[in-house]
Ligand binder design. Structure first.
Ligand code: CTP
Ligand code: ZN
Length: 155
């Protein structure tokens, strides 16, 4: 049993707890998830102490589980985030976001001349050429996307 001092934010009954979010990225995670919405109660903690990370953010969403595509977007901005699924106050599933070597069909290429920005039916594909800070290269036109390019595309 955690003491009140340790338990900074109230537990949720059903939904998702996104923990170990890179400090100060919680509001960007909400933008990716298109929250707040009328349906779900959301709790946010920012810059709370973490033994592993120094400081971190936490987002708790009542009554909603995440789609894989949303988890993959979160991995691009908060690579250490953990996704906890809660049912009836218990954690029933705990996973980590995973930044894969290829980002398929999630981001638009910033190069207006890229084939993915023409009327051709070609899906976007980027190689992750660096993880920290995350840097991508378009498979089709070799345009580099840095952290700022990625963030401006995501939100
Ligand atoms: N949590 C919650 N509501 C619940 C259960 C858990 O909001 N009903 C939150 C906790 O506050 C914590 C996160 O979910 O932020 C993960 O909970 P838990 O696995 O119990 O904590 P840790 O063991 O510290 O997590 P980790 O293994 O990810 O470090
Ligand atoms: Zn391109």
């Amino acid at each position: 049993m955690k003491t009140p001092k340790e338990l900074k934010v109230k537990p949720i009954k059903n939904g998702t707890v996104i923990d170990h979010i890179t400090a100060n990225k919680a509001l960007n995670v909400l933008k990716i998830l298109k929250l707040p919405s009328k349906k779900s109660a959301v709790t946010i903690a920012m810059n709370v102490h973490s033994s592993q990370m120094g400081s971190k953010d936490i987002v708790k969403i009542e009554g909603r589980e995440l789609k894989q595509r949303e988890v993959d977007k979160i991995a691009l901005i908060a690579p250490n985030a953990t996704i906890n699924i809660v049912r009836d106050y218990e954690i029933v599933e705990k996973g980590k976001v995973n930044l894969l070597d290829e980002i398929n069909n999630i981001l638009e290429c910033p190069n207006p001349n890229c084939i993915t920005n023409t009327n051709e039916p070609v899906k976007t594909k980027f190689y992750v050429i660096e993880k920290k800070p995350v840097t991508l290269r378009c498979y089709h036109c070799e345009r580099i996307m840095n952290k700022e390019d990625i963030e401006s595309d995501l939100y």
